[in-house]
Write a protein that binds this ligand. Structure first.
Ligand SMILES: NC(=O)c1ccc[n+]([C@@H]2O[C@H](COP(=O)([O-])OP(=O)(O)OC[C@H]3O[C@@H](n4cnc5c(N)ncnc54)[C@H](OP(=O)(O)O)[C@@H]3O)[C@@H](O)[C@H]2O)c1
Length: 341
């Protein structure tokens, strides 16, 4: 059958939609034990920009002129495998294409306690999109940061950068649920208003119009007790002088540098790490997968109780996937960016 895949044409310095091409390909007939999956939704995530480099360090580089990979949720539409029926909803790393054939061994094992295809029947109030949205990797990153990697003390100040992003917007709300005082920033007044008025953060500022050190100083009169860094070396550096003694900064990533070489050359104020005996920790969601079941339960409960809002920005059609990826770096998206394939 004919299907469409998005291919990467070159390894750009600055990513543009022209670096991708949507190609029509003919899939072969199914062999024994194989299944044909129709993707419903795919996730775009900042790490993908690093997969476009030839040396993505901890990531395998995306191939040129071949299907790309990334989290997706799809439906079995044909099956020669006795374990999978037509209509099963499956989670995989085979995004960036409308359909794909699988022997079901390349489904994502880390997303489930099972190590094969993920069938999460029995979880109520869940839409297939939730598997890349509310329960996807960005949400896991936010939850595990706030619930496992950090000890939030009610009333203490937590600073979260890229507050209107996918990880940031959920981390802000989870920190509020835990009683923390939440200070955050975003790149437009509209996003700042949303964070204050709808997500209920205690203080938010526009980092494009207010110098970050001034915004943080105003928002953190009693200093900073925890940081979740999502955005940039500039934001991280500005936190350091305000940190309270012996506290921790978690670094989930720095989305602001991924499209400009990915190097961190400019951490300032590092002496405060020594003077205030700070801990700096890289944060990886996969380190906390033992808590996956509790994560699912809490996220669905909080959403059901109206305590947690996930804003999902949906791009329509596989052709829009490159534009969706770019929206992570030009700030055009808000919340979790997903492509309805
Ligand atoms: N370690 C892990 O396990 C793990 C897993 C998932 C994600 N992450 C990391 O977590 C961070 C957040 O991921 P996400 O998926 O939620 O992405 P995201 O924050 O939604 O990323 C997109 C947003 O980043 C903001 N941004 C872009 N350039 C910026 C800059 N120079 N300074 C400040 N903000 C900038 C833009 O918002 P504005 O309009 O506000 O600028 C944009 O809308 C990323 O660094 C990602 O790599 C880590």
């Amino acid at each position: 059958m004919l299907t469409k895949q998005v291919h990467l044409l070159r390894r750009p310095e600055k990513v543009s939609v022209d670096d991708f091409e949507v190609r029509e390909v003919d899939l072969p007939e199914l062999e024994n034990n194989q299944v044909l999956i129709e993707n419903l939704y795919m996730s775009v995530d900042p790490y993908m920009r690093r997969s476009m480099e030839s040396d993505g360090k901890d990531l395998d580089p995306w191939p040129l002129n071949a299907p790309l990979d990334g989290p997706s949720i799809g439906r079995v539409i044909e099956s020669n495998n006795p374990n999978y029926a037509i209509g099963d909803i499956v989670e995989s790393m085979s995004g960036w294409q409308q359909h794909f054939i699988s022997d079901a061994e390349d489904f994502v094992p880390y997303l489930s306690s099972n190590n094969a295809i993920v069938k999460r029947n029995g979880v109520e109030n869940i839409d297939p999109m939730d598997y890349v949205g509310l329960l996807g990797i960005a949400s896991q990153t936010a939850y595990f940061a706030m619930m496992c990697a950090t000890t939030l003390v009610p009333g203490e100040t937590t600073v979260i950068s890229s507050g209107a992003g996918s990880v940031g917007s959920l981390a802000c709300q989870i920190a509020k649920i835990q009683g923390a005082r939440v200070v955050t920033s975003a790149g437009s007044d509209r996003k700042v208003e949303w964070l204050r008025d709808e997500l209920g953060v205690d203080f938010a500022f526009n980092y494009k119009t207010t110098p970050i050190d001034i915004g943080l100083r105003e928002g953190c009169p009693n200093g900073i007790d925890q940081v979740l860094e999502n955005a940039s070396p500039e934001h991280f550096s500005a936190c350091l002088p305000l940190m309270n003694f012996g506290k921790q900064l978690l670094i989930a990533g720095m989305v602001g540098i991924y499209d400009s070489g990915g190097k961190v050359n400019n951490i300032d104020n590092f002496e405060h790490v020594l003077d205030s005996f700070l801990t700096i920790k890289g944060h990886l969601f996969m380190d906390y997968l033992d808590a996956y079941d509790q994560f699912t339960k809490d996220m669905l409960t909080w959403r059901g109780e109206g305590k947690l809002i996930q804003k999902v920005h949906v791009f329509e059609g596989i052709e829009s996937a490159p534009e969706a990826l770019l929206a992570l770096f030009n700030g055009k998206g808000r919340g979790k960016i997903v492509v309805r394939v």
